[in-house]
Design a protein around this ligand. Sequence first.
Ligand SMILES: [Zn+2]
Length: 266
Amino acid sequence: MNCEEVGRWIGPLLDGELDVRNTAEVQAHLAACPACQRRYEAQAALSSSLRRLDLAYAAPESLRQRIAAALDEPAGAPAHLVSPAKRTPRGVSRWFTLAGWPVALAASAVAASVLLQQRSLESDAIVAAHVRSLLVDHLNDVVSTDHHTVKPWFAGKIDFSPPVPDLSSRGFELVGGRLDYVQRQPVAAVIYRKHGHIINVLAGLPGRGLDKLPQADRVQGYSLRSWRQAGLDLVAVSDIDPLELANLERGYENPPPPAGEPADRR
Ligand SMILES: [Zn+2]
């Protein structure tokens, strides 16, 4: 058995799909060939780390099947290399028996599915923060309808200054502010109310749990809308109509001039 052949058998060996005779031959070669031994160890490490990701994030079944279908039976691979009974997406290491490009494809597909799962985990965390704020009577740490009171309240409590625009012209009444935690990261919550609906607007520094959200999402009947503004990640969450969250975002991005001050910007 030469190095090229052994390279093709490493994946099946890791998957326990190799028969006794070939297993013995591959192992004999590995024992005698440091280059193939290194290749074997690298594939084993990568395969087990992919399995861990696979378990932690449980990629959607449909995506797994698409990946598996795309990668099964590559041109030129021995037909018996992939047994039908074992043709499950879990045989991750099998991917590494393929040529370079499908491996890259598989790795990026796994990365994409992990990202998708992280996004929905993030959305879940945002909704959890919103629901918690309504349940445990911890909606506001500072109760004020005046943004000149709410904005300075955050100073010294968190290492950034969240925007607190006056959105009354759009029908959003400022209720107050609060410190909260999302994914164990500190965030600033600014609370508005419209037509009886509470809207939490969470703000955090990039990389602090709010930056992997889709622009709009819907989780458990709640709507989320996220955007980046002034170096901060912001996400609004509420059971209000999603169109109202878009309205609120426009208000954040084009705040009216503070009352009593001239509108001219010079
Ligand atoms: Zn070798």
